[in-house]
Write a protein that binds this ligand. Structure first.
Ligand code: PLP
Length: 363
């Protein structure tokens, strides 16, 4: 126990990351057939992986005794084609966008440094800030979960290193307007990190602004539209000056052999990507049509919908859904969220139908 004292004080302040529930956990807890459980709590791709990615993994499996190229150049080159940005503006991580966030923290944070986080939002920005000795400063979004540049800028001071903007935001699903982002970028020297994990399902991206602003980073992931959440691949579009420093502090060989192969194959599977996006857009409409008569449904540009089940609590409704074998996300664990908000990933037509039918019974 004496060694435990050596753990940094800031770690003691960290609230553990609350992941979506797993099929195995729920099958065991409620004695359900795992095959029948519908998992719509973690914003994964309901189509399964791209068949081209699966084949690429199979082919590369015989090569896993070799280290991957440390700069993942082939993957970055495929990302350059995919995004339209030069390779030098692309960095990658073998631990999803979470890994990108971690590496950025290693680059910019020091004890006492601050980050600004509009809440409710994705919780890892807070965890990563504290884990790196920093102090998260929270700014509450308005009742429609919009941000306001004046409030964000008022929270910035000489200790601020990073501002986190999630667009579309998790869990509310709304985009941030370009004008709002410009007003923030133009009035701060801090790094603005825009998390675009769900941007493939949205009407527009803010990534074009990286060309104009040397303090902007746009984070992306292979976990959603590209269907590779289990491979843990992330990337970011960064200004020219940043990629060399990023490479210095990232863990060497960060992206493994199988992830590189799967990532390149998934980026090249235009048919799969198109089908993923179409499935989600149709699923969002289906969920909205089915749930709007029952509760408040927030408009979403992501692969999930946020609903408000007040006067019921999210915990109560989620528990009932779990007993019926449907996993969704109770948003109570998101800092700054009310206790009646639930996030539901858009699934296949059949899955969405079951969710709507279950909600009709519960609500
Ligand atoms: C907004 C947001 N950013 C980042 C991530 C992390 O993505 P990854 O799977 O690439 O680590 C998630 C995961 O769900 C997310 O919702």
């Amino acid at each position: 126990m004496r060694s435990e004292r050596l753990v940094r004080d800031s770690v003691k302040e960290i609230k553990e990351y609350v992941p979506g529930k797993s099929i195995e956990e729920i099958a065991l807890k409620y004695s359900l057939d795992p095959e029948k459980i519908i998992k719509l709590g973690s914003n994964e791709n309901p189509l399964g992986p791209s068949p081209l990615a699966v084949e690429a993994i199979r082919v590369k499996a015989g090569k896993v005794h070799l280290y991957p190229p440390s700069d993942a150049l082939e993957l970055r080159s495929a990302l350059s084609d995919f995004t339209g940005y030069p390779q030098n503006n692309i960095v990658v991580s073998g631990n999803g966008m979470d890994g990108i966030l971690d590496t950025m923290m290693r680059l910019f944070m020091s004890p006492g440094a601050e980050t600004v986080i509009p809440i409710p939002t994705f919780s890892y920005y807070e965890i990563a800030t504290l884990a790196n000795g920093g102090k998260p400063v929270f700014v509450k979004r308005d009742k429609d979960f919009e941000i306001n540049h004046r409030e964000i800028l008022a929270a910035v001071n000489s200790k601020t290193r990073m501002i986190f903007l999630c667009s579309p935001n998790n869990p509310s699903g709304n985009l941030i307007g370009e004008e709002m982002v410009r007003k923030i970028l133009d009035n701060t020297g801090a790094i603005v990190f825009i998390d675009e994990a769900y941007v493939d399902f949205a009407e527009n991206s803010l990534s074009g602004l990286v060309k104009e602003h040397e303090n902007l980073i746009v984070g992306r992931t292979f976990s959603k539209a590209l269907g590779l959440a289990g491979m843990r691949l992330g990337y970011a579009i960064v200004p020219d000056w940043l990629s060399r420093d990023y490479m210095k502090v990232m863990t060497p060989f960060s992206v493994d052999v199988l992830s590189i192969a799967a990532g390149i194959a998934a980026l090249g599977d235009a048919k799969y990507i198109k089908k993923s996006i179409e499935t989600i857009k149709k699923g969002r409409e289906q969920l909205a049509d089915g749930l709007e008569p029952l509760c408040r449904v927030y408009p979403s540009q992501a692969n999930f919908m946020m609903i408000d089940v007040a006067p019921r609590t999210a915990a109560g409704v989620c528990e009932k859904l779990l007993r019926m074998g449907i996993i969704v996300r109770d948003c109570t664990s998101f800092r700054g969220a009310d206790d009646s908000l639930i996030r539901i990933t858009a699934g296949t037509r059949e899955q969405n139908k079951k969710v709507i039918a279950a909600m009709e019974m519960i609500l």
